[in-house]
Design a protein around this ligand. Structure first.
Ligand SMILES: Cc1ncc(COP(=O)(O)O)c(C=O)c1O
Length: 442
């Protein structure tokens, strides 16, 4: 395959953007330290599953805007709905009429809870879920699944990470950890009479299926101990099923949070839940304490809600969930064959569900290794595949795009093989390896 070698404008851009935007991006996972040196620093535009960088290089996109672009870049029915909404006005002094239609449609689609509150960011809705749970239970602490990397950029979650600078030390005491797939770790937390835990939050599933009985066990323990059970469907919503992984795995939370793919990359997120809890954020219980749930100027901007409605329509009309699963399954089979062809079974593993795959990279000793992962990224990028470890098959990843990914993976595996044989990436990787997002020191 023809290799991409020109990143000159990207290099200039990296220098310039870090002078004016701390971190050089608006989520840390898009920053320079998450990519090899030979990578596009910025994207000028995208269409379907393809994006273009500042130097005019074209790529197949594997992560689609942190998996938020669930159909494709610039997908016309959604873009048109957004443009129409923009021309009709985006924000009014009273709710937009669209808010009721959007709320009914979303609740009917995800079948999770009786009420919904919209917002622009995932962190806003997870934090709102925590606030509601605290108001409902009168307790303060939050139990989080330790293995799940991100729930919110707010203090209640960031206090529990290595990046706790700038957060009051007291915040740390308000978060407790349990282990996903380990029911005893939840039992242990709740067995303390003074646990003060208002809610338990986790993603329903990551890359491996939950152990039998784990989710049901957590559900029961939460009910038994009066703890609000929150499922964060930010990633899994509109991937495992339209109703998220909770629908796929048949598990009912008290509250659920949604974002990313629900509006094909536009900014629309949602908190759903049982009326008994959600209504605490309402204004109909005259005389009761008011819970200041989500109250933001841009939360229900018509463009985001119009994008969400059009995204739901497109998913339903074209059966996108089923087709994404089929594409993902075929892709996984092909990548597995390529791994076998290069005898890399102990170094590269394609994991996950077909609707969201990930490649785990190990070194010659079998340890998960960021340097080897960066080498694979570098080689895929050089062959026109913008890859960061995830493979998210969407409606826009048609045969041509999947073929391209497979060919790039085949050639990249040949380079990876050399690194494994040499037990080092040093003559192959240009620049430093990508670093973890959550680390104490820069
Ligand atoms: C599982 C999960 N929850 C919450 C969030 C926060 O969403 P946002 O970045 O929109 O604030 C993310 C974002 O990556 C996420 O992956």
């Amino acid at each position: 395959m023809k290799k991409i070698t020109d990143f000159s404008r990207s290099r200039e851009f990296s220098r310039a953007i870090n002078d004016v935007i701390p971190g050089g991006a608006h989520t840390y996972s898009k920053g320079d330290d998450q990519f090899p040196v030979n990578a596009p620093a910025a994207i000028t535009h995208g269409k379907g599953a393809r994006v273009w960088d500042l130097d005019g290089n074209e790529y197949i996109d594997c992560s689609m805007g942190l998996t938020s672009v669930s159909i494709g870049h610039g997908y016309e029915p959604v873009a048109k709905a957004v443009a129409d909404a923009a021309y009709q006005g985006t924000n009014f002094q009273r709710p937009a009429a669209l808010e009721l239609e959007a709320a009914r449609k979303f609740l009917d689609t995800v079948q999770s809870g009786d009420m919904v509150k919209f917002a622009k960011n995932g962190s806003t809705v997870t934090t709102a879920a925590v606030k509601l749970a605290r108001a409902y239970t009168g307790r303060n602490r939050v139990a989080i699944a330790k293995e799940h990397p991100f729930f919110s950029y707010d203090d209640w979650f960031i206090a529990a990470t290595a990046c706790d600078t700038g957060i009051p030390v007291q915040a740390k005491t308000l978060t407790a950890g349990f282990s996903y797939d380990n029911l005893s770790s939840v039992e242990e937390l709740f067995s303390d009479k003074n646990h003060d835990i208002a809610c338990l939050i986790m993603e329903p599933v990551k890359f491996s299926p939950p152990k039998e009985g784990f989710l049901e066990g957590v559900r029961e323990l939460c009910s038994e101990h009066g703890v609000v059970f929150i499922l964060d469907e930010m990633i899994s919503g509109f991937k495992w099923a339209l109703g998220g992984a909770q629908q796929y795995l048949d598990i009912k939370p008290d509250l659920a949070t949604w974002g990313k793919g629900i509006a094909n990359g536009f900014s629309a997120c949602a908190l759903t839940g049982r009326a008994e809890i959600m209504e605490l954020g309402g204004i109909r219980r005259t005389g009761a304490d008011k819970v200041f749930l989500i109250s933001t100027t841009h939360g229900a901007e018509t463009t985001g809600l119009a994008a969400m409605v059009a995204t739901i329509d497109a998913f339903k009309t074209h059966g996108m969930i089923e087709s994404n699963w089929q594409r993902g399954e075929k892709l996984r089979q092909r990548l597995d064959q390529i791994i076998v062809k290069h005898q890399l079974e102990s170094s590269l593993t394609v994991t996950g569900y077909p609707c969201l795959l990930a490649v785990i990279c190990r070194n010659a000793s079998g340890q998960v290794d960021d340097t080897f992962r960066t080498l694979l990224m570098q080689e895929m990028i050089a062959r026109g595949v913008l890859f960061q470890g995830l493979l998210y098959p969407t409606w826009s990843h048609q045969r041509a795009e999947l073929d391209h990914i497979e060919r790039a993976f085949d050639e990249s595996c040949a380079v990876y093989r050399k690194a494994i044989d040499a037990n080092s990436c040093s003559n192959l990787l240009v620049g430093p390896p990508a670093k973890p997002v959550f680390r104490k020191k820069i």
